[in-house]
Ligand binder design. Structure first.
Ligand code: ASP
Length: 339
């Protein structure tokens, strides 16, 4: 039987580190090293491995992920695995999901424990990712599943996966929806298919953004008694600061402190401004509370409702919309189906 052809593209991250003379972990391993550490891969797939970069994911750029998406779009393979750092995996996977429309499995994986530690998780995660990419159910539903993340024997949808802990082994979860599949023994056990209407709708509106320029988006987390100095600076120095859009990590069902409601509404007149749930998921309210900083007032004032999209992912989606040259009203249409 012919084995599936799986392309592994390595970006860097903890999975690809090795100790320097002082014992500190540095980027160093390439795709070939990652594959060599897992001999069992050869029993599952015909592997073709390539080192794309040796960068920690905390330092990856939007442009690098756009270039990666273009590369994946043109690949002749039965499945693609991206290895990278964990720090921004929830964002890069979502961006790839917005950019790619392929009918083969595209999976992002990483490691929490570096190769110098006892029981590093990189080799197991890579093996699991390849196993998922080769699985008949996954291959049959590849387009419906979209880009996936595989961590610690669970498979997550790119739109839902979050890094929920900075250090522990089980650092990834999809708190709103749960995993799409689980790995046990040598099997992939399907659990659910993601509801992808909003992502599909967004992708249709975004279209081809190849060659488009970076569109900086600010992410401002709303905390107790936020005084709004940064919002004021954005209003006063818009051109100097260079932000093209703003995501507010808003309180509760879509609220900000009343003292900054006038600033927030002025900002929404100037730049596309998304209200996204700082609780990490949604949907948020639309028509329950009154008052100057309630969801009713903010929506009336032109704030764009981010629905259930986590603020980090809302920033990715807004940046992509702005690259596509979409205006405020179309951006609102893109976010609307997310709840
Ligand atoms: N800082 C690392 C990175 O994101 C952490 C990791 O890979 O887990 O590249």
């Amino acid at each position: 039987m012919k084995l599936p052809r799986i392309k592994i593209l390595a970006l860097g991250g903890t999975i690809a580190t090795r100790p320097d003379a002082s014992g500190a972990m540095q980027m160093g391993l390439g795709a070939e090293d990652l594959v060599a550490a897992v001999p069992a891969l050869a029993t599952l797939a015909a592997i073709d491995a390539e080192t794309v970069s040796r960068v920690g994911s905390h330092s990856l750029g939007f442009d690098q992920i756009h270039a990666l998406a273009a590369r994946i779009a043109g690949l002749d393979a039965d499945g693609v695995i991206v290895t990278q750092g964990t720090d921004t995996l929830e964002e890069t996977a979502f961006l790839l999901d917005l950019l790619l429309d392929r009918d083969i499995p595209v999976i992002v994986t990483a490691a929490m424990r570096n190769p110098a530690l006892t029981s590093p998780d990189g080799p197991g995660n890579l093996l699991a990712a390849v196993r998922v990419a080769c699985d008949p159910w996954v291959r049959a539903h590849a387009r419906a599943l979209g880009v996936m993340a595989v961590m610690l024997d669970e498979v997550y949808a790119a739109a839902d996966v979050l890094k929920v802990h900075p250090t522990r082994f089980n650092a990834f979860a999809a708190p709103q929806t749960g995993p799409l599949a689980a790995l046990v023994e040598d099997r992939v056990v399907p659990l659910s298919l993601p509801v992808r209407d909003a992502v599909t709708h967004a992708r249709a509106r975004i279209g081809d953004v190849a060659g488009a320029r970076e569109q900086p988006v600010a992410l401002l987390w709303m905390g107790l008694d936020e005084p709004g100095f940064l919002l004021q600076a954005m209003l006063d120095h818009r051109d100097k600061l260079g932000y093209r859009g703003v995501v507010l990590g808003a309180m509760g069902g879509g609220h900000v402190p009343e003292r900054i409601a006038p600033l927030v509404t002025q900002l929404a007149c100037m730049l596309p401004t998304i209200v996204s749930p700082r609780a990490g998921g949604g949907p948020m309210l639309r028509q329950t509370y009154g008052g100057p900083s309630s969801e009713i007032a903010l929506r009336k004032a032109g704030l764009i409702w981010g629905g259930r999209v986590h603020p980090l992912k809302a920033r990715v989606l807004l940046e992509t919309c702005l690259r596509a040259g979409l205006g405020r009203d179309t951006i609102a249409e893109v976010f609307d189906p997310f709840g």
